[in-house]
Design a protein around this ligand. Structure first.
Ligand SMILES: [Mg+2]
Length: 195
Protein backbone atom coordinates (compact mmCIF):
# COMPACT_ATOMS: atom_id res chain seq x y z
CA UNK A 1 0.00 0.00 0.00
CA UNK A 2 1.09 3.57 -0.67
CA UNK A 3 2.05 5.48 2.47
CA UNK A 4 0.12 8.70 3.08
CA UNK A 5 0.60 11.17 5.93
CA UNK A 6 -2.04 13.74 6.82
CA UNK A 7 -1.48 16.95 8.77
CA UNK A 8 -4.16 17.61 11.37
CA UNK A 9 -4.73 21.33 11.74
CA UNK A 10 -6.36 22.87 8.67
CA UNK A 11 -5.94 19.71 6.65
CA UNK A 12 -7.98 17.07 8.46
CA UNK A 13 -9.49 19.49 10.99
CA UNK A 14 -11.16 22.87 10.52
CA UNK A 15 -8.87 24.45 13.09
CA UNK A 16 -8.51 27.96 11.70
CA UNK A 17 -12.29 28.51 11.82
CA UNK A 18 -12.30 27.87 15.57
CA UNK A 19 -9.13 29.87 16.26
CA UNK A 20 -10.27 32.83 14.17
CA UNK A 21 -13.67 32.92 15.88
CA UNK A 22 -11.98 32.98 19.30
CA UNK A 23 -9.44 35.62 18.21
CA UNK A 24 -12.19 37.83 16.78
CA UNK A 25 -14.17 37.43 19.97
CA UNK A 26 -11.24 38.18 22.28
CA UNK A 27 -9.91 41.18 20.35
CA UNK A 28 -13.36 42.43 19.19
CA UNK A 29 -12.35 42.10 15.55
CA UNK A 30 -14.02 40.76 12.45
CA UNK A 31 -11.07 39.30 10.57
CA UNK A 32 -12.14 37.04 7.72
CA UNK A 33 -10.32 33.82 6.92
CA UNK A 34 -9.46 35.11 3.41
CA UNK A 35 -7.54 37.98 5.04
CA UNK A 36 -5.22 35.64 6.92
CA UNK A 37 -2.54 35.60 4.23
CA UNK A 38 0.28 34.74 6.65
CA UNK A 39 0.67 31.81 9.00
CA UNK A 40 1.50 34.40 11.69
CA UNK A 41 -1.81 36.13 12.31
CA UNK A 42 -0.40 38.06 15.30
CA UNK A 43 2.11 39.88 13.07
CA UNK A 44 -0.41 40.41 10.29
CA UNK A 45 -2.95 42.14 12.51
CA UNK A 46 -0.61 43.39 15.22
CA UNK A 47 -2.13 41.28 17.98
CA UNK A 48 -0.55 40.34 21.30
CA UNK A 49 1.48 37.24 20.42
CA UNK A 50 1.19 35.67 23.86
CA UNK A 51 -2.59 35.97 23.87
CA UNK A 52 -2.80 34.56 20.34
CA UNK A 53 -0.60 31.64 21.34
CA UNK A 54 -2.76 31.02 24.40
CA UNK A 55 -5.93 31.00 22.27
CA UNK A 56 -4.31 28.69 19.71
CA UNK A 57 -3.08 26.24 22.37
CA UNK A 58 -6.50 26.25 24.05
CA UNK A 59 -8.20 25.47 20.74
CA UNK A 60 -5.74 22.63 20.05
CA UNK A 61 -6.69 21.06 23.37
CA UNK A 62 -10.36 20.79 22.44
CA UNK A 63 -12.24 18.57 20.02
CA UNK A 64 -12.20 20.19 16.58
CA UNK A 65 -14.56 19.40 13.70
CA UNK A 66 -13.14 17.79 10.58
CA UNK A 67 -13.10 19.63 7.29
CA UNK A 68 -15.99 18.79 5.00
CA UNK A 69 -15.70 15.32 3.42
CA UNK A 70 -12.29 14.65 5.05
CA UNK A 71 -13.36 11.62 7.08
CA UNK A 72 -15.38 10.10 4.22
CA UNK A 73 -12.49 10.62 1.78
CA UNK A 74 -9.92 9.04 4.12
CA UNK A 75 -12.17 6.08 4.91
CA UNK A 76 -12.50 5.51 1.16
CA UNK A 77 -8.77 5.98 0.49
CA UNK A 78 -7.79 3.61 3.31
CA UNK A 79 -8.44 0.65 0.98
CA UNK A 80 -5.53 1.88 -1.15
CA UNK A 81 -3.35 3.90 1.21
CA UNK A 82 -1.62 3.21 4.52
CA UNK A 83 -2.66 6.39 6.36
CA UNK A 84 -1.02 8.09 9.34
CA UNK A 85 -1.37 11.51 10.95
CA UNK A 86 1.56 13.80 11.71
CA UNK A 87 1.17 16.97 13.73
CA UNK A 88 3.34 19.65 15.26
CA UNK A 89 1.07 19.83 18.33
CA UNK A 90 2.68 19.76 21.77
CA UNK A 91 3.05 16.62 23.86
CA UNK A 92 0.60 18.09 26.41
CA UNK A 93 -2.04 17.86 23.66
CA UNK A 94 -1.40 14.16 23.02
CA UNK A 95 -4.50 12.95 24.86
CA UNK A 96 -6.93 15.52 23.42
CA UNK A 97 -5.53 14.85 19.94
CA UNK A 98 -5.94 11.10 20.38
CA UNK A 99 -9.53 11.62 21.53
CA UNK A 100 -10.23 14.03 18.66
CA UNK A 101 -9.09 11.40 16.15
CA UNK A 102 -11.09 8.68 17.90
CA UNK A 103 -14.42 10.55 17.73
CA UNK A 104 -14.15 11.15 13.99
CA UNK A 105 -15.18 7.60 13.14
CA UNK A 106 -12.33 6.29 11.01
CA UNK A 107 -12.88 2.71 9.88
CA UNK A 108 -9.16 2.02 9.47
CA UNK A 109 -6.24 1.63 11.88
CA UNK A 110 -3.77 4.50 11.88
CA UNK A 111 -0.69 5.75 13.68
CA UNK A 112 -0.33 9.33 14.76
CA UNK A 113 2.86 11.20 15.52
CA UNK A 114 3.61 14.42 17.34
CA UNK A 115 6.73 16.14 16.06
CA UNK A 116 8.60 19.09 17.53
CA UNK A 117 9.97 22.14 15.78
CA UNK A 118 13.62 22.05 14.73
CA UNK A 119 16.27 24.66 15.64
CA UNK A 120 14.94 26.95 12.87
CA UNK A 121 11.43 26.84 14.30
CA UNK A 122 10.09 24.67 11.48
CA UNK A 123 8.06 21.56 12.35
CA UNK A 124 10.54 18.67 11.94
CA UNK A 125 8.35 16.58 9.67
CA UNK A 126 10.91 15.91 6.90
CA UNK A 127 13.05 13.52 8.95
CA UNK A 128 10.02 11.63 10.17
CA UNK A 129 8.65 11.28 6.63
CA UNK A 130 11.99 9.85 5.47
CA UNK A 131 12.14 7.46 8.42
CA UNK A 132 8.60 6.22 7.82
CA UNK A 133 9.01 6.04 4.03
CA UNK A 134 6.01 8.29 3.40
CA UNK A 135 5.32 8.90 -0.30
CA UNK A 136 2.51 11.46 -0.05
CA UNK A 137 1.66 14.09 2.54
CA UNK A 138 -1.26 16.50 2.86
CA UNK A 139 0.01 19.75 4.41
CA UNK A 140 -0.93 23.44 4.60
CA UNK A 141 1.93 25.20 6.39
CA UNK A 142 4.30 27.01 3.97
CA UNK A 143 7.62 26.60 5.82
CA UNK A 144 6.88 22.92 6.38
CA UNK A 145 5.94 22.38 2.74
CA UNK A 146 9.20 24.01 1.62
CA UNK A 147 11.26 21.97 4.07
CA UNK A 148 9.61 18.69 3.06
CA UNK A 149 10.11 19.60 -0.59
CA UNK A 150 13.82 20.27 -0.07
CA UNK A 151 14.67 17.39 2.26
CA UNK A 152 12.51 14.45 1.16
CA UNK A 153 11.29 12.84 -2.07
CA UNK A 154 7.75 12.98 -0.76
CA UNK A 155 4.92 14.29 -2.96
CA UNK A 156 3.00 17.12 -1.30
CA UNK A 157 -0.72 17.77 -1.62
CA UNK A 158 -1.12 21.35 -0.47
CA UNK A 159 -4.47 22.13 1.13
CA UNK A 160 -5.21 25.52 -0.40
CA UNK A 161 -5.39 28.23 2.29
CA UNK A 162 -4.94 32.02 2.19
CA UNK A 163 -1.59 31.65 4.00
CA UNK A 164 -0.03 29.30 1.46
CA UNK A 165 -0.90 30.97 -1.86
CA UNK A 166 2.79 31.69 -2.53
CA UNK A 167 3.36 27.96 -3.07
CA UNK A 168 3.50 26.98 -6.75
CA UNK A 169 2.59 23.62 -8.25
CA UNK A 170 5.29 21.47 -9.81
CA UNK A 171 6.08 17.79 -10.31
CA UNK A 172 5.94 17.04 -6.59
CA UNK A 173 3.57 19.74 -5.37
CA UNK A 174 -0.12 19.64 -6.15
CA UNK A 175 -2.55 22.27 -4.81
CA UNK A 176 -6.02 21.10 -3.84
CA UNK A 177 -9.04 23.16 -2.84
CA UNK A 178 -10.81 20.55 -0.73
CA UNK A 179 -11.10 16.85 0.14
CA UNK A 180 -13.13 16.03 -2.99
CA UNK A 181 -10.15 17.13 -5.04
CA UNK A 182 -7.64 15.35 -2.80
CA UNK A 183 -9.58 12.10 -3.08
CA UNK A 184 -9.68 12.48 -6.87
CA UNK A 185 -5.94 13.13 -7.13
CA UNK A 186 -5.06 10.19 -4.87
CA UNK A 187 -7.42 7.85 -6.72
CA UNK A 188 -5.93 8.93 -10.07
CA UNK A 189 -2.56 7.87 -8.66
CA UNK A 190 -3.95 4.46 -7.71
CA UNK A 191 -5.78 3.92 -10.99
CA UNK A 192 -3.49 5.62 -13.49
CA UNK A 193 -0.19 5.81 -11.62
CA UNK A 194 -0.37 9.51 -12.38
CA UNK A 195 0.41 12.48 -10.13
MG1 LIG B 1 -1.65 22.33 9.38
Amino acid sequence: MIKLAVDLDDCLLNTSRLILDRINQYFSKSIKLEEVVSFHIEKLFNLNAEVVDMIVQECLSTIIRPNRYAVEALNFLSDFYDICFITNRRSTQYQSTKTNLEVLGFKFKYDFYLCNKDSRGIPAKAELLNKLGIEFIIEDRPDTIEDIYNRTNCNILVMDKPWNRNIAENGRICIDRDWMEIKQVLMDIVLLGDV
